[in-house]
Design a protein around this ligand. Structure first.
Ligand SMILES: Nc1nc2c(c(=O)[nH]1)N[C@H]1C(S)=C(S)[C@@H](COP(=O)(O)O)O[C@H]1N2
Ligand SMILES: [Mo]
Length: 421
């Protein structure tokens, strides 16, 4: 561990220039946050000039700025999964400090004062790109919308753990989801102001985080995924606030795209530019990734994934211990990308008998519902809890999910073990 350096003339560097340098360095060559801190320590800047968020305790995973306490998160590579048990009693909206983080690389620490959003492409009426500052965006009517962001791979580990299948990708349990109150402007308003042409069909937002390099060394460039204009003009936001605060660094500061009900990759964080195109667009994120491949799917893969599926999770640790002879109020949450949740059935005996859970929220499109059930375990021993949700579109969680090689969209009822002691 380097010791804290004495204040030096360098520490007079202005914070803003330092932040720009950090953001630039991170963009240019994917230097990890740990390496940046090491460089800064060597330059005598670490204590004096690093913005507080960057100087966060070393509890954070490489590349994530916010602290990741063990009670709340499981770190998985560059990502952090929320522990569902830690959501009990936190209210409808996931507190920002509990919200899962999915980073392809690392969180860039950007400065809102020199951030701009550029719209460009042959789907605009002018040849010239159009730029917006954050202040420009804030002049559009503000819209507030509650929506979850959920990774397409949420639940992936159960393809293996529950169905015995091998898939690739981050082995999430069910905590790659969070629900927040997002505030921002309609992407539709910004597109129209930029001069949306009659022939535009796709838009492609792109992040300002470092290039994504795959395990085999292929540089896929910056994270970007096309969005059909129909969705872009419907309910998509350019969000600058999350639960009433400016977006945190890890969730896209200063501005992210928020695509309600769709898989998380659609909601591009740290958006820097949006291509507006008169032809359908492609990126690795709608060709190689985020489509269903495998024996049960079309040979060239299914269509690019859009809406999320139906899921449920208990707010309990895996293998949680419960006291025998006491009545327990068990809680959980269910959600769907196709409509609000209208019904949740639960079983505490491995699926032999079922009853309805009590729903504590009205069904909300793009949101979740909290539910509870009371249970007095009949004896000590091991039990399996199950929860099966149904949404307003009539979709119900199945017993098994048809496998796909990359393990997306696991929606089967999860068998949650607990021990009564
Ligand atoms: N620029 C950029 N945007 C991104 C990503 C990323 O790595 N870079 N990850 C995507 C994925 S896969 C998901 S699931 C969500 C996660 O959002 P969160 O980290 O705010 O929870 O962001 C999406 N937007
Ligand atoms: Mo994701």
């Amino acid at each position: 561990m380097p010791t804290s350096p004495m204040p030096t003339p360098e520490s007079a560097y202005d914070r803003r220039r330092l932040r720009q340098w950090l953001a630039g360095a991170a963009r240019a060559d994917g230097v990890s946050r740990r390496d940046l801190l090491r460089l800064l320590a060597a330059a005598g800047l670490a204590t004096a000039a690093v913005p507080t968020a960057l100087a966060a305790p070393a509890a954070a995973a490489g590349g994530i700025v916010k602290p990741l306490p063990e009670d709340w998160f499981t770190v998985r590579g560059t990502n952090a999964e929320t522990k569902f048990a830690s959501l009990a009693g936190t209210g409808y909206h996931t507190p920002v400090d509990h919200f899962f983080v999915r980073n392809h690389t690392s969180t860039p620490v950007l400065d809102a004062a020199d951030w701009t959003l550029t719209l460009w492409g042959d789907g605009l009426t002018h040849d010239k790109p159009v730029e917006f500052t954050l202040d420009d965006l804030k002049k559009f009517p503000a819209v507030t919308r509650t929506a979850f962001v959920e990774c397409a791979g949420n639940g992936r580990s159960f393809f293996t753990g529950q169905q015995g299948q091998t898939v690739t990708g981050t082995a999430w349990t069910l905590g790659a989801i969070g629900t927040a109150r997002w505030r921002g402007v309609r992407l539709a308003d910004v597109l129209r102001r930029a001069g949306l042409g009659r022939h535009a069909v796709d838009v492609m937002p792109r992040g300002l985080d470092p290039d994504y390099v795959t395990a085999d060394g292929t540089n896929l460039g910056r994270v970007r995924r096309p969005l059909p204009l129909s969705k872009a003009l419907d309910d998509v936001l350019l969000a600058y606030e999350m639960n009433g605060e400016p977006l945190p660094y890890d969730h896209g500061y200063p501005v992210r795209v928020l695509v309600p009900s769709w898989i998380g990759i659609a909601s591009i964080k740290w958006v820097g530019d949006i291509e507006v195109s008169a032809q359908p667009l492609y990126s690795p994120w709608n060709t190689d990734f985020y489509r269903l491949f495998g024996a049960a799917h079309p040979e060239d893969g299914g269509a690019p994934l859009t809406r999320q599926t139906v899921k449920s999770a208990w707010e309990l640790a895996w293998d949680a211990s419960l006291d025998a002879g006491a009545e327990h109020r068990l809680t959980g949450r269910s959600w769907s990308g196709a409509g609000g949740i209208v019904r949740v059935d639960v079983s505490t005996d491995g699926g032999t008998t079922w009853r309805r859970a009590r729903l504590h929220d009205a069904p909300q499109r793009a949101g979740w519902v909290r539910w509870s059930t009371d249970w007095r375990p009949p004896a000590t021993g091991s039990y399996t809890l199950l929860a099966r949700a149904t949404d307003s579109a009539g979709r119900t969680q199945p017993d098994t999910t048809v496998v796909n090689t990359q393990g997306y969209l696991f929606d089967a009822v999860v068998r949650h073990p607990v021990h009564v002691v």
